[in-house]
Structure formats: C-alpha cells, structure tokens
Design a protein around this ligand. Structure first.
Ligand code: ZN
Length: 147
C-alpha cells in the first residue's frame, strides 16, 4: 500500500514527470492549484480526457475547462509489482487505477490509488482526490478510499 513518506509524498522526487503539452497544460495548471479540471466540449458538452484537440463525438475543436468533483468511483485497477522505472524500486507494490469522476458522465482518469489497503480495492469503491505536491511546479492528483 502506498502511504505518504515523512516528506508528505507517495512517490520519489526522481520519478519522471508527466509530459505536459499545450493540450494538457490547463489540467496541470489546475492541479497545481489543487483543482481537478477537465476539458469539456463547448459544442456538445461532453467531457474528454485525456485532453485532445478534436471532440471524438461531435468533431468540434472548441473546448472549455471545467472544475469537476474531486471524487469518483474506482472502475478498475492493477497492483504494480515490477517497477517500470528504477526510481520506483522502493515504492512497489503500488496501485494504478482508473477512476470515473463524479458528475462527468463516466469520464475516466488514470491515476494512482494510495492510502488504501490492496484488499479493500473493488470496482465501485468510492474514492476522493489526495494531492501530491511533487515540486513547486507540479502537483499530481492521486485517489484514496473516501471517508
Ligand atoms: Zn463535442
């Protein structure tokens, strides 16, 4: 189970940072303020994540960025035992999960599930955001069992 270190962190400093782009920058800007914001089509109103230029449903290029609930339900997960990067050697096993964000018509985000015993993981588990400040320029939303 991933739990916070004495430094208030789940993952090490040397962990590779997410590759932000012009399309994902509003997501990361919101995260830095501990706000979960998702891209939403300005034409049909559907959320789209990961962010992309073109709406897959109505083909519109227009989008807004909306604050969404910092909570959802666990859709599926995997317990990672083999670190994909050497700096993660000391944090395995950890959990990669896919969470459906409340109020977004089932929009899913790939994340880490932390502070939650592995035997408590189940589809439909209520989860909430816990922010991990990786640096002064990067905060990453992780999720944990709610309550
Ligand atoms: Zn659309």
């Amino acid at each position: 189970m991933s739990t916070k270190s004495d430094l208030g962190r789940y993952f090490p400093d040397a962990m590779p940072n997410p590759a932000a782009s012009a399309e994902t920058k509003p997501f990361w800007d919101g995260a830095l303020e501990h706000r979960l914001v998702l891209q939403r089509c300005a034409s049909c109103g559907r959320f789209r994540h990961p962010p992309r230029a073109l709406c897959p449903w109505c083909r519109s290029f227009e989008a807004t960025w909306d604050d969404v609930a910092a909570a959802g339900t666990l859709f599926t997960w995997s317990v990672v035992h083999q670190p994909f990067h050497p700096v993660l050697r000391d944090v395995v096993p950890y959990v990669v999960g896919i969470v459906e964000i409340d109020g977004t018509d089932g929009t899913r985000i790939t994340t880490n599930i932390v502070d939650t015993p592995h035997d408590a993981l189940r589809a439909g588990l209520r989860v909430e955001v816990v922010w991990e400040d990786m640096s002064a320029e990067l905060a990453v939303p992780r999720f944990r069992a709610a309550g």
